[in-house]
Write a protein that binds this ligand. Structure first.
Ligand code: 5GP
Length: 147
């Protein structure tokens, strides 16, 4: 049933959107919020989520919301690539538990990849908060510099 069902307003991304849970925000506009994954698959792993929507996955989401989210994903991928200089970057979006989804508010992963670093679907552990703060500051500054 994880592919279908009701939206849970208590999911962690809904809490982050309401300000009821913290996040390492790197970008926000009228449509989307982007923040660092705290269980990252790589250094600089960013999540992009739509704000005014209660879509669990790609089946539920309004096309206009999807469009705004993907537009932000492209913009932020450029920021991540410019700032962190990875050798590749993976854009991922999972729908339903068997596909790897664990949080049921639609989101897109931006995962920088480096030659020689193993690529996993999910992170191996919680990131060091100091490292996340430094990455957050670098990406925020890079966005600011590009405005
Ligand atoms: P999914 O597996 O649903 O596509 O991705 C959910 C992502 O959310 C995972 O990569 C997981 O590490 C991340 N995540 C889970 N809980 C939190 C949290 O409290 N804060 C942040 N920033 N990321 C989280």
């Amino acid at each position: 049933m994880s592919l279908h069902g009701d939206y849970d307003p208590q999911n962690i991304f809904a809490l982050i959107l309401r300000g009821d849970a913290p996040c390492y925000k790197i970008y926000e506009d009228a449509d989307v919020l982007a923040f660092l994954d705290i269980f990252p698959q790589s250094r600089g792993h960013v999540l992009v989520i739509p704000k005014a929507c209660q879509a669990r996955n790609i089946l539920d989401v309004e096309p206009a919301v999807l469009g705004a989210m993907m537009s932000a994903v492209q913009r932020l991928t450029r920021v991540v690539v410019d700032e962190l200089k990875p050798d590749g970057v993976q854009i991922a979006q999972f729908n339903g538990a068997p596909a790897g989804q664990t949080v049921y508010h639609i989101h897109v992963h931006i995962v920088p990849r480096w030659e020689g670093e193993e690529a996993g679907i999910h992170g191996r552990g919680k990131a060091d908060p100091e490292e996340l703060k430094l990455l957050q500051a670098r990406l925020v500054e890079r966005i600011r510099a590009g405005d």
